[in-house]
Ligand binder design. Sequence first.
Ligand SMILES: Cc1cc2nc3c(=O)[nH]c(=O)nc-3n(C[C@H](O)[C@H](O)[C@H](O)COP(=O)(O)OP(=O)(O)OC[C@H]3O[C@@H](n4cnc5c(N)ncnc54)[C@H](O)[C@@H]3O)c2cc1C
Length: 466
Amino acid sequence: MNDPTAHDYDVIVIGAGGAGLAAAAVASDQGARVLLVEAGPRAGGSTSLSGGVFYAAGTSLQREAGITDDSPDAMFQYYMTLNQFKLEAGLVRQLCDDAPVAFEWLRALGVEFRAEDLYVAGVDKLRRGHRAAGQGAAIAEALEGVISQQHVDVAYATRVEKLLIEQGRVSGIIVDGEPVRAAATVIATGGFGANPEMLARLYPDAARHGDWHWYIGQPSCRGDGLVMGQSAGGELSAPNRGLLLLTPGFAKDLEVYLPGWLMVVNQQGRRFVDESIEYSVLAGVLGEQSGRRCYGLFDEASRLAAKLSPVRPAPHWTADRLAELADRGDLVRADSLESLAAQLDVPLAALETSVARYNQHAEAARDEDFFKSSAMLRPVRQPPFYAATVRAAIICWTGTGLRIDRAARVLDAAGCAVLGLFAAGETTGGMFGECYAAGGASIANAIVFGRIAGREAAKLAGVTKI
Ligand SMILES: Cc1cc2nc3c(=O)[nH]c(=O)nc-3n(C[C@H](O)[C@H](O)[C@H](O)COP(=O)(O)OP(=O)(O)OC[C@H]3O[C@@H](n4cnc5c(N)ncnc54)[C@H](O)[C@@H]3O)c2cc1C
């Protein structure tokens, strides 16, 4: 019989995205012998594709920007309230408390964050979105730099699909049929956006629009971590969590923003939201509308004025491109509201009332219904009129995953820790509700719990430095 105490490594980390790199860096820093196994040809995962926004409160960067009254306590209140406290409060507390610590760590590792790039990432109007210069790739590169200077063995192009389970505990992984043993194993394989079967089962909102959907993360994020964690007894958090982004489907690329100057109506021809609110909550609001779709309206004057905004870039929403899209039929173009209503199959009377009211708001520079900023109010008056059908159909990341505790230990259905097993990042769940708290919370989650998993895994292996 194999001796599970004969370890090849102290810690094995599966997945080299933000969470896995952070776990490997911290475990190794504690003195652990670490093996990092990555399915792709290089490190980075979806982290390296991301905008690199890190959500945190009470940071040095905020203070440099003159924000001295923000705190993890305030972030916790906002985060929990937004989701009606239907979250794992302990995990959220850990996230809020550790986010500034993890942020300072990234800064100390050389990731550049500039005060002028701090922005309002949630609906609380507080500047907590810390955008890395160089985006997510810069975060991944800095972490890779750390592990390259430490004693971390890295195996690329190696997809792990099985945990080694011996004598009631996880004792490593099986790769190419061969066991590799460790005192602690960390799953950091990201989400399951690239796995259609799992999306249909665990994230039905993301699978509702059929071919309209596409995933913008790493193709190697297929939910392997969820399957492996479950094979060891790990339980999954609540389904249907993640982030969808709104898209008119002009092209299958990344669109984070719709232009705030659009007038948006639902299938009933009525406005239902401030069109310029944060992308993190827009998909949820749209999800409440019938048909889960809406129409973004504008007129010829707005088309002619459309240009790329440096603050909220929306690449397709420029004058010439919009004309091209209308010519090829991707945008409805109509000479009258009557024709527009008929083409969209929305009730004309409601559409006329909504447009008239919106135009009044624009004239008065005051949106009495949804309080959109006056700078974003552009009348819909001059034909031809245009409309884009918008759906929440871009899958950015998934938020259902392995349940963990504050020490990043994977939990079973009884709430007990699965021995020898930790998890961090998008492969876990519990800290995201129906509404995404704010842009940057997912990377904060990956780095915060990646660090914790690395530290706790090293501790379990008995190699704690301090
Ligand atoms: C385009 C885009 C922009 C985004 N922008 C932001 C943002 O600005 N702020 C924010 O907070 N969030 C953002 N997100 C979400 C965020 O990037 C991710 O949720 C987060 O980076 C996930 O980190 P992770 O380490 O858990 O997973 P990942 O970074 O995806 O890493 C997982 C790694 O595991 C590897 N892997 C998977 N399966 C296996 C296996 N079986 N064996 C071995 N390795 C495996 C993968 O190849 C991958 O390298 C964005 C996402 C996308 C796609």
